[in-house]
Design a protein around this ligand. Structure first.
Ligand code: RTP
Length: 155
C-alpha cells in the first residue's frame, strides 16, 4: 500500500548484439521478471547507424564512438521497456559496472562479460533518459500497459 504511493518510473533496457548472439536474451529477461519489474515493451530489432548514434549522442566526441556505433549495429538487439518503483537505479544494479571486469559476480555483466566494448546490455542512467530512450526505440502503439492480475503485490 505504501509502495503504491511511490513514483513508478520506466527504463530502456537493451540486450546488445553480443548478448543476442550468445543466447543470453532469456536469461536477461528472466532476471528482470524475477526481480518484480513489469515488462511493457519488447522487440527484436536491427537498428540503423542513425538510431545507434542518436542513442549514444552524448558520447559522440569520444574516441570509441565509431566502434560503439559499429558494435550496436552489428546484429539485432532486443529492445525492452520496463516499469516499476526505482526501476532505473535498480536495473543499473542488476546490470553491473560498465567495465565487466569491475562488475560484481551476480550482476549480468559480472556473470556474462569480460570487455567494455562487448558488455552485453544497456540500461538508462536516469528516469529522464529512460523516457527519452523509450521514445527513441519504440513507436507509438508498441508499448503495452497492463495490470498483473495473478500477482497484484508486484508492479
Ligand atoms: P550503457 O549506456 O550501454 O548502459 O553503458 P554505461 O552507461 O554503463 O556506459 P557509458 O559510459 O554510457 O558507455 C556506453 C557504452 O559505450 C561502450 N563503451 N566503450 N572505452 C570503451 O571502449 C568504451 N567505453 C564505453 C560500452 O558498450 C558502454 O556500455
Amino acid at each position: 500500500l505504501i509502495a503504491s504511493l511511490e513514483q513508478v518510473d520506466r527504463t530502456y533496457i537493451m540486450v546488445k548484439p553480443d548478448g543476442v548472439q550468445r543466447g543470453l536474451v532469456g536469461e536477461i529477461i528472466s532476471r528482470f521478471e524475477k526481480k518484480g519489474f513489469k515488462l511493457i515493451g519488447l522487440k527484436l530489432f536491427q537498428c540503423s547507424k542513425e538510431l545507434a548514434e542518436e542513442h549514444y549522442k552524448d558520447l559522440n566526441q569520444r574516441s570509441f564512438f565509431p566502434k560503439l556505433s559499429e558494435y550496436i549495429t552489428s546484429g539485432p538487439v532486443v529492445s525492452m521497456a520496463w516499469e516499476g518503483v526505482g526501476v532505473v537505479p535498480s536495473a543499473r544494479k542488476l546490470i553491473g559496472a560498465t567495465n565487466p571486469l569491475q562488475a560484481e559476480p551476480g550482476t549480468i555483466r559480472g556473470d556474462f562479460a569480460v570487455e567494455t566494448g562487448r558488455n552485453v546490455i544497456h540500461g538508462s542512467d536516469s528516469p529522464e533518459n529512460g523516457e527519452r530512450e523509450i521514445a527513441l526505440w519504440f513507436k507509438e502503439g508498441e508499448l503495452c500497459e497492463w495490470t498483473p492480475v495473478l500477482h497484484p503485490w508486484l508492479r
